[in-house]
Design a protein around this ligand. Structure first.
Ligand code: PSV
Ligand code: MN
Ligand code: MN
Length: 424
């Protein structure tokens, strides 16, 4: 479904005065506002193909209707999001859920919506019907070399699919680990995983990156073979310069200081990118910024500090991806909310007075340092984010427009009330 530009223009016209009033707050700080708006325009956040359908839980799945039935429709959904917010210009695919049978046609279709292909994801955490050996006891760590080889081959196949579409990165997330003490020889599991990853790494094209995603728990609950940033960092360091750690915000033990992890990885040149989401308990995959917006801001604060210190381009140096999927909200509304929350955190962090912050730190002025951060966090940057969208043809209020045009009803009309997307 294509969104016609008239709808966006009408929507923006009707809200323009109210928007300009809110923006006038920035009249005294035009330079700061302009710099922030420009950075927001450049900043694109990739949408995961598997979040376009209603997410399942272990207990059930309540599909909302009109979900994309194939890769073409997933691309159309991301195209719709991008038309609304002009900030979702990439899609991240998961193989085999999204095998592109005709990569040329798929690439062309994505091009029509102005979309690029972000990291491709492999899947050795489920058994597929056409697969000969099982991943029940792991994939790249498996005791049986034949199972490891099957998982290696799958990852290489994923790279080839990505190459055909113009992706530049492979994300490897492994469910490998153990559920009971005694089950696994940790040392051997690490070494086997490293060796297997090494074979995949060797198949990477020269301009590709490999993201090693860690997760502390689930589906294994005693040990995870890539369980924390330390082990991911070790794998990435041993693999070589094309390998990086990927931080999924929901993959930590409770109360982990994610912003500090981010700062250290970035400083080591080993931070590859993100899977944004939010959580209260575990890998909840809730909408970004819905539970801990201050944490999201603090992460961006470290990102900006570290990227600027290393002369990195904010928009293109790291992989910015969402990994959230919902089962009680319309997935497209949920994704619009996630993108907006990420932009808000980014914009607020851009406002931090870094010189004053460093002075306060050097002087051990704790209260002042805290004031500086909270001052930025408590600034209402919504008009800046809306202005960034407006300037590049997006909607002032994407979610409101999506609703007023009855987009979900239209999708249900096109695809049916029982259309269910592939994924978890
Ligand atoms: C695992 O929990 C994960 O975060 C990985 O990124 C997977 O690819 C994705 O979720 C699957 O939904
Ligand atoms: Mn993830
Ligand atoms: Mn996850």
């Amino acid at each position: 479904m294509q969104l016609d530009t008239n709808s966006i223009d009408n929507h923006n016209q009707s809200r323009l005065n109210a928007h300009k009033n809110k923006l006038s707050y920035w009249a005294d700080e035009v330079e700061k506002a302009e710099a922030t708006i420009q950075k927001l325009i450049d900043f694109q956040i990739a949408i995961p193909s598997w979040a376009l359908g209603t997410g399942g839980t272990r207990f059930g799945r309540f599909a909302g209707g009109g979900e994309p039935r194939n890769l073409e429709e997933k691309i159309a959904d991301v195209g719709l999001l991008h038309a609304l917010n002009r900030s979702s210009g990439a899609i991240s695919l998961h193989i085999p859920w999204d095998i592109p049978t005709d990569p040329k046609a798929i690439q062309e279709l994505a091009g029509q919506y102005g979309l690029a292909f972000d990291a491709v994801n492999s899947n050795t955490f489920q058994d597929q019907s056409d697969q000969s050996l099982s991943y029940k006891f792991g994939s790249l760590q498996h005791t049986d070399a034949a199972v490891r080889q099957q998982a290696i081959d799958h990852n290489i196949e994923v790279i080839r699919h990505g190459e055909a579409l113009g992706s530049k990165a492979l994300t490897v997330w492994l469910s490998d680990g153990s559920s009971f003490p005694g089950q696994l020889n940790f040392r051997k599991a690490f070494q086997r995983t490293l060796d297997s990853l090494g074979e995949i790494y060797a198949a990477l094209p020269s301009d590709w990156k490999m993201f090693v995603e860690y997760k502390a728990f689930e589906p294994n609950f005693y040990s995870m073979t890539v369980g924390d940033w330390g082990s991911s960092f070790l794998y990435a360091s041993k693999l070589g310069p094309k390998a990086y750690t990927l931080v999924d915000l929901g993959h930590h033990l409770p109360n982990a200081n994610i912003e500090q992890i981010v700062a250290i990885l970035l400083n080591e040149g080993k931070l590859g990118g993100f899977h944004f989401n939010d959580s209260k308990y575990g890998d909840d995959d809730l909408t970004a910024g819905s539970i801990k917006p201050y944490q999201l801001f603090l992460i961006f604060n470290e990102l900006i500090e570290g990227m600027d210190a290393r002369g990195m381009n904010h928009a293109s140096s790291l992989g910015w991806m969402i990994d959230a999927s919902h089962n009680v909200k319309d997935p497209l509304e949920d994704l619009l909310q996630s993108v907006e929350a990420i932009q808000l955190a980014y914009a607020q962090a851009l406002l931090v007075d870094r010189v004053a912050l460093e002075e306060a730190r050097e002087a051990n002025d704790v209260a002042q340092a805290q004031e500086i951060l909270q001052d930025a966090f408590r600034t209402d940057v919504r008009p800046l984010v809306a202005e960034a969208r407006l300037r590049v043809g997006g909607a002032l209020q994407p979610l409101a427009l999506y609703r007023s045009l009855n987009m979900r009803q239209q999708l249900i009309g096109e695809r049916g009330a029982k259309a269910v997307a592939t994924g978890l």
